[in-house]
Write a protein that binds this ligand. Structure first.
Ligand code: AHR
Length: 346
């Protein structure tokens, strides 16, 4: 990698800085990102030693996503010799493809990106490979014909997360003595074609399919947002009487679902009318677990930045990296939520 960086002059970083600002113009971003860009002015840097990383984030639809963007930008800091060109695709896949092509033409050293969905990445990843730029995937995966089109992936075992929701429901059913009762379930799913949606849906089904008394009334896309979560939950409440359980594939949709349920005059959680299983375990949701409004929150860990840094550092030393890196995750209920809530930063 070092030889590719040799000879890079001031002009390239000036172009990157400008491009970074163009990529970000018009999109909402957290304050820390603005601060980091300003802080990363190249004037006082030894530019030949900097590692330039193009980072394409798929959007900012959830609290989890903002924490994920922060984690990567904080880990790849100027103080550690990184210059991050950040691009927020604002939930549009074509913006991500455009950003990756810009990174290639800017000859960045690495591309880090969290793909919107799994399909349709072969061409642009082949372009990155032909340009000799390693690609590190974060969070979601791609379904490509040649696995060599990306170097490594860092993320969660989404299928295992879905299974955990099913295992929790098995326990809940036993505790309540509901084994012989019909359990009426609705599932709020995330963005179509995204690894998180596919994995959590398959994982939950792998447990649900063993239970004849579990009736999945409907699976509806809430796109991982609070607004859509509220909208689809309100429709489901109009359509079905006696919903027992909501499986909501992220916390943001859960906030919307709870709002819709409460507007319908019902309650949620441990002593409520409708039990809720959520995913992500962001602080705002963990507070609702503590309050008893969410029964269980299956953690999805957004802190992937240090893994990315480790991969880059390993490659910079000319050493081999693993293909997959899994982050650690837990499951939170009212019984253990206090162990984590105070230290949660997102
Ligand atoms: O891919 C991870 C999922 O995407 C998180 O559960 C969700 O909050 C995010 O938007």
């Amino acid at each position: 990698m070092k030889s590719r960086k040799r000879g890079r002059h001031y002009l390239i970083l000036a172009v990157l800085l400008t491009a970074s600002m163009i990529c970000c113009s018009g999109c909402k971003e957290p304050e820390y990102q603005k601060e980091q860009r300003l802080e990363e002015r190249p004037e006082d840097m030894d530019q030949d030693d900097m590692i330039v990383v193009g980072f394409s984030q798929l959007g900012s639809e959830s609290l989890w996503r903002s924490a994920n963007s922060a984690s990567i930008q904080e880990s790849l800091s100027r103080y550690d010799g990184y210059f991050v060109v950040y691009s927020n695709a604002r939930q549009k896949k074509e913006n991500q493809i455009k950003a990756i092509r810009q990174f290639i033409s800017q000859r960045v050293d690495y591309i880090v990106f969290s793909p919107m969905d799994e399909e349709g990445w072969d061409t642009v990843l082949q372009e990155a490979k032909s340009a000799g730029i390693p690609v590190i995937l974060v969070d979601r995966k791609v379904n490509v014909s040649d696995p060599e089109l990306y170097t490594s992936w860092v993320g969660s075992d989404m299928r295992a997360e879905g299974e955990k929701a099913g295992l929790w429901l098995e326990e809940y059913e036993q505790e309540k003595g509901l084994e012989d009762e019909e359990i009426r379930i609705v599932v709020l799913t995330g963005t179509e074609g995204a690894t998180a949606t596919i994995g959590r849906t398959e994982g939950f089904h792998s447990i649900a399919d063993k239970h004849d008394n579990w009736v999945i009334l409907e699976e509806v896309c809430g796109d991982f947002t609070t607004a859509k979560g509220e909208e689809v939950m309100a429709e489901l409440l109009d359509k079905y009487r006696d919903i027992d359980v909501v499986i909501s594939q992220n916390d943001d949709m859960t906030f919307g679902a709870i709002a819709a349920i409460e507007k319908a005059g019902l309650t949620t959680g441990i002593n409520g009318d409708i039990a809720i299983a959520s995913f992500d375990a962001v602080k705002e949701a963990l507070l609702l677990v503590r309050e008893g409004k969410i029964n269980v929150d299956i953690e999805c860990n957004p802190m992937e930045g240090d893994y990315v840094k480790e991969i880059i550092q390993t490659m910079e030393m000319g050493m081999a990296v693993h293909k997959n890196y899994w982050v650690e995750e837990s499951v939170f209920t009212i019984d253990n939520v206090d162990e984590v809530i105070d230290s949660r930063t997102y």
